[in-house]
Structure formats: C-alpha cells, structure tokens
Design a protein around this ligand. Structure first.
Ligand code: GLN
Length: 235
C-alpha cells in the first residue's frame, strides 16, 4: 500500500465526461505513482452525497447541453459543500460544461437559462449560431508556460473581478472570443475549455496540480523536491 494517497471525486463522471475528461485523473495518477503516491477516484453523481472532507481533488468535466440540464437540477444539493471546498483552497478542475456550471449561470444554445452552483463569479452566455471549435494555445502569464488543448463549446464565459484567466490566447477563441482569456484560476480552483484532456497534454500543469493537492494534504513533506524529479510529458 502506498504511504500517500489522493482521493479524487469525479463529479457526475457518468454524465459529464466529454472527450474523456476523466483522463485528467489518469494523468495525475501516472505522475503520482512515480513518487509513491496512489490516486483513488470515485464518481459522485445524481443523488450521491458530496462530503468535501473525503476528497483531495475534484474534477467536473464537460457535457452536452442536455446532460448539463439534468446535472444542474441535482447541483443545489452539493452546492454548499462545493463552495466551502473551493473557499478552503480545495484543488478543483472544471472543464467546459463543468467550468460553466461552477459559475453563476449559463445560457443554453436554445436560450434557456440554467443556474450554476454560484461558487465562482463567472457567467456564461450563448452565441446565436456558432460554436468555438479547434485547437487552442495559451500562455500562463504568471509563470510564462504554454498550454495546449482542444475547444468545442457554444457558451461564452465572462470572468468575475476575483478570477484571473488561466492563460492568454495565442491561438483559438478561449472563454468568449473577445477578451483574449482562456479558463480561470481562483485560489486552487481551475476552469478551462480545454479537452485533451488538459492534464494529459500538459504535463507541466499536471505537476503543478499534483503539487497543490499534495501540499494541502501532507504539508509536512517537501513535495516540490519530489515533484522536481518527474519529467513532464506533452502530447
Ligand atoms: N454544452 C456546453 C457548450 O456547448 C459545454 C460543451 C462541452 O462541455 N464540451 O458550451
């Protein structure tokens, strides 16, 4: 048995898993095992209780508008716990539909307004007759790193004042095709439109996320030093 273990929650993983967003957890496990850390994952879906103290990482993947409507009806039951988890520096990754639903609201392609959890301040509008589809490259202004991904969304997301974009667009559309931002960072919560999955394609970001998770769970260990021994991979 591994000495250290990460418990990952895959929120609505049976409904929201566009392009295999679950691969984000697989990527974390791939790197974690190199330094003797195990990663367990649990799908937390409709009617399931979400108890934040059971988890060290939460993934909320993308989905079609139809699945998002179903999920949005269940979300209020988990909203308080998820908000508290994020405010308590819980590492979180929301991809596409999950990124949208962790915010205030989002407007479906047909104009229907769907409420999000409201844990974060961004909101998502629709676009009349289009989608943003294609490869994206961004630069993280904080550390100068580049990330690559694939976007496919009709929603146009606008960040709140307390959120910063994950990166600035070099290629692609990003959050809304207007302000040059892609994704979000708020405390240890990350949002993105990147499929790929983002942590599989961008080993540098996967190692950053792994460090956040482990430093929060086991603060007495020098994780920076251990993680520096891992070579990040890119696809
Ligand atoms: N249904 C949402 C949109 O089109 C999210 C799509 C996704 O998760 N890929 O904006």
């Amino acid at each position: 048995m591994a000495e250290y273990k990460i418990n990952a929650a895959h929120l609505y993983g049976d409904l929201m898993n566009t392009y295999g967003d679950f691969g984000n957890i697989v990527a974390l496990r791939y790197y974690a095992q190199k330094i003797g850390v195990a990663v367990d994952q649990h799908i937390v879906s409709l009617e399931d209780n979400f108890d934040a103290k059971d988890y060290d990482f939460v993934l909320f993947g993308g989905g079609q508008d139809y699945e998002q409507m179903i999920v949005a009806e269940d979300l209020p039951k988990k909203a308080t716990a998820l908000k508290a988890y994020i405010e308590d520096d819980g590492p979180f990754l929301g991809v596409c539909g999950g990124f949208q639903l962790i915010g205030q609201y989002f407007i479906l392609a047909d104009g229907t307004k769907v409420n999000g959890i409201g844990a974060l301040s961004h909101y998502t509008l629709n676009q009349p007759n289009g989608r943003f589809i294609g490869n994206v490259t961004i630069e993280d202004e904080v550390n100068g790193l580049e990330y690559h991904g694939f976007e496919n969304h009709q929603g146009r997301t606008f960040l709140g004042d307390d959120e910063r974009p994950l990166g600035q667009i070099i290629k692609g559309k990003g959050n809304n095709g207007e302000d040059g931002g892609e994704g979000l960072v708020y405390k240890n919560a990350y949002g993105t439109y990147f499929h790929g999955p983002i942590l599989t394609r961008n080993g540098n970001l996967a190692l950053h996320m792994l460090q956040l998770i482990l430093e929060r769970k086991y603060p007495q260990v020098d994780w920076q030093q251990k993680i520096a021994t891992i070579t990040p991979e890119f696809f």
